[in-house]
Design a protein around this ligand. Structure first.
Ligand code: PMV
Length: 349
């Protein structure tokens, strides 16, 4: 006998990617971070996810899921979502009542080398928590719970639920911080940091040789893991202080140290690996030379890949055009994706 459907509807969210300034690298237990992190929430690079749902009266063995990516069935992503949602029904039992038609679209080109897990997982989590609220007759969405569900899908996704900055992971210096969820942060930061651009220089769009999942796992036996986690705790407090004081030089020093430390940790893993490419190093050198000559606050950061995030406040946009023209030939297909600090996800339906 099929169970009765006691609710149905339609929700849609747009959720952005984010770029970590102090990085999360190394985890334990159920996707808990070994150290706290802070990120800029972006705006242009985002995922739109639409869920048409039926809510069954009786719990099923697993949620029923049909998934379309950019208009087409995508079995790889569908299986990933099924596995993920199936693994969190102990924490989110309402999922066992759901029959879902999910359709996701990314704003950035597929295979552009931009990781979509943060925007995709947060958009999905926001849809699911909105469905739960709707079914329970609640007006208000529980963003904290959405951040928990996002985190379980992809650690860094926990931060995409909030903008313009978010902190995830327990820190003695950040009231309300938690390993379970991210929190919005930075109301008292110098407003210049809300104007930051993040232009993403696509050095290579190829899939990474070592996934983030494998990279986190390799931190377990990394001989520098202990000092790294202590350094990240300290960097978080220092970067917060620099952003409160509007000290862009100190901010930039920490951001670049974080990026290079992340990649140094990869090179010190067992087995060691390198995700930067020759053009990554060339571009970094050129950014630093431009800064020395221009005295402008233009900095880089890196994710777990070869692509460069160029960070600068909006009042430097014109001068940075010159730098970007110099760097464009180092990018695959000359691709630079322009992004900015954003205010967080938006419900569309
Ligand atoms: O969320 P994950 O498991 O893809 O890990 C992300 C790790 C970094 O992007 C390298 C750093 C971060 O804090 O986002």
């Amino acid at each position: 006998m099929t169970s009765q459907i006691i609710g149905e509807g339609h929700v849609k969210w747009q959720s952005p990617s984010n770029i970590a300034l102090v990085k999360y690298w190394g985890k334990f237990g159920r996707q808990y971070p070994r150290n706290p992190s802070i990120s800029f929430t972006l705006s242009a690079a985002n995922t739109e996810t639409e869920c048409i749902y039926k809510y069954h009266e009786d719990a099923m063995e697993a949620p029923i899921i049909r998934f379309l990516f950019e208009g087409k069935p995508n079995i790889k992503f569908e299986d990933k979502i099924k596995k993920f949602l199936g693994s969190v029904t102990d924490i989110f039992p309402f999922l066992l009542h759901l029959e879902l038609d999910i359709h996701s679209v990314n704003s950035f080109p597929h295979s552009s080398g931009i990781a979509s897990s943060a925007s995709a997982m947060s958009a999905l989590a926001l849809c699911l928590l909105s469905i739960e609220a709707e079914v329970n007759g609640n007006q208000k969405l529980d963003y904290q719970k959405a951040s928990v569900l996002s985190r379980l899908g992809s650690g860094s996704a926990s931060r995409s639920v909030f903008g313009p900055l978010a902190v995830w992971g327990e820190s003695s210096g950040v009231e309300g911080s938690s390993n379970d969820f991210a929190i919005p942060y930075g109301d008292d930061f110098d407003p210049i940091f809300h104007t930051f651009h993040d232009d993403i220089l696509i050095i290579s769009a190829e899939e990474k040789a070592v996934s983030s999942r494998a990279g986190h796992a390799l931190m377990e036996d990394n001989p520098y893991a202990g000092p790294r986690f202590e350094q990240a705790d300290k960097h978080l407090l220092e970067i917060i202080e620099s952003m409160r004081q509007g000290d862009m030089e100190r901010f930039g020093q920490i951001v670049e140290k974080e990026a290079l430390t992340l990649h140094a940790l990869m090179m010190a893993s067992d087995p060691p690996y390198i995700l930067m490419q020759p053009n990554t190093i060339d571009v970094i050198n050129r950014i630093q030379a431009f800064r020395r000559e221009s005295h402008l606050p233009v900095y880089f950061t890196l994710d777990a890949g070869p692509n460069i995030h160029l960070l600068y406040p909006t009042n430097c946009t014109l001068a940075v055009e010159r730098l970007k023209a110099e760097l464009q030939p180092f990018c695959e297909n000359e691709l630079i994706i322009k992004d900015k600090v954003g205010s967080g996800p938006r419900r569309l339906i």
